[in-house]
Design a protein around this ligand. Structure first.
Ligand code: ZN
Length: 314
């Protein structure tokens, strides 16, 4: 009987692995380091090896495995091809599904890591039970995922769900890592929040506790706002505008049940949600005015959980 799925989350330094029951219970969780040598050619063989080892350890036969799901850092097509994986030294197109299936002989499903994390939140996290959701992951960069009828939108080029590269600052925006200017990522990532705050402090005289800090972090900006610091409040409101506007435009087009905010920045909690909602309601279409905003719940496990869901539902 097919009763197990594996969820794998390939990152730049570690590969997170999970063994799940088909019902979604985590039975085991472990990590291996990402071997990026020789253009990352050892990564998939080492994933295959760790799965094989775990099966032997747990006495699981191949017939009992429903599938393996994998999240990879880069655009992924519906055919399971990653177009390019900069963080893991995959310079060219890689047929992850075909290559891994040849190594382990069970069905493999592949998705972009941020998209897969959104699926995890949908299955067992903040959007449990929903079928339509938009997720923003606010970390060093801004990733995300768009889920329609329980399926991630991969798009024509595997770049579906790249919400962080929606243009939020149409004029005079900062250069983004993607080569474009004014992306949401440039103002709503942890890096962007700090840069915007430093810029504001340099160009104004407003009194602020933030002026006294040496290594300003995004968390400091939220903490200052919670303490009613004028600049802290101003920067959180500005973030709320950029994120709220983008969320309103996407929600107006997609009509999701939930909008999930995850990543390190989301630890700010209700002050962030309130700021986003304030602006969201100014720009959203009437039908989606009351769409629920939720903070992601699964943290670092979202990737392996979403990957397991992908394996189950392909
Ligand atoms: Zn960009």
């Amino acid at each position: 009987m097919k009763q197990y799925v594996f969820g794998i989350d390939i990152g730049g330094t570690t590969i997170k692995c999970g063994l799940f029951s088909s019902a979604g219970e985590i039975l085991d969780k472990w990590e291996i380091s990402t071997n990026k040598e020789d253009e990352g050619k050892y990564i998939l063989p080492e994933v295959a090896a760790t799965i094989t080892t775990k099966c032997a350890e747990k006495n699981i036969s191949q017939d009992e495995i429903e599938g393996v799901g994998i999240g990879v850092p880069g655009p992924v097509t519906d055919e399971g091809v990653i177009v390019v994986g900069v963080n893991i030294n995959w310079a060219n197109e890689k047929h992850v599904k075909a290559e891994l299936e040849a190594l382990i002989n069970v069905p493999v499903s592949v998705g972009n890591d941020a998209n897969v994390a959104a699926l995890g939140e949908l299955w067992l996290g903040a959007a449990k039970g929903a079928k339509n959701a938009i997720m923003f992951t606010l970390g060093t960069g801004v990733g995300g995922g768009i889920i329609v009828n329980g399926k991630v939108i991969a798009g024509a080029n595997g770049a579906g769900g790249e919400v962080g590269h929606c243009t939020s600052v149409p004029e005079g925006g900062n250069l983004c890592n993607c080569g474009k200017k004014g992306c949401l990522e440039t103002v709503a990532s942890a890096t962007g929040i700090v840069r915007e705050t430093v810029k504001y402090l340099e160009t104004t005289e407003d009194a602020s506790s933030l002026r006294d800090l040496e290594n300003l972090e995004a968390k400091d900006v939220f903490d200052a706002a919670k303490a009613n610091d004028v600049v802290g409040l101003k920067m959180v409101d500005q973030l709320g505008f950029y994120l709220g506007l983008t969320a309103a435009n996407l929600a107006t087009a997609l009509d999701p049940e939930k909008i999930i905010i995850g990543g390190g920045v989301s630890k700010a909690g209700s002050i962030l949600i309130d700021a986003v909602k304030k602006h969201y309601q100014l720009y959203a279409f009437s039908s989606v005015l009351h769409t629920e905003f939720v903070i992601a719940e699964l943290g670092n496990d979202a990737g392996i959980i979403g990957a397991a869901y992908l394996a189950k539902n392909n």
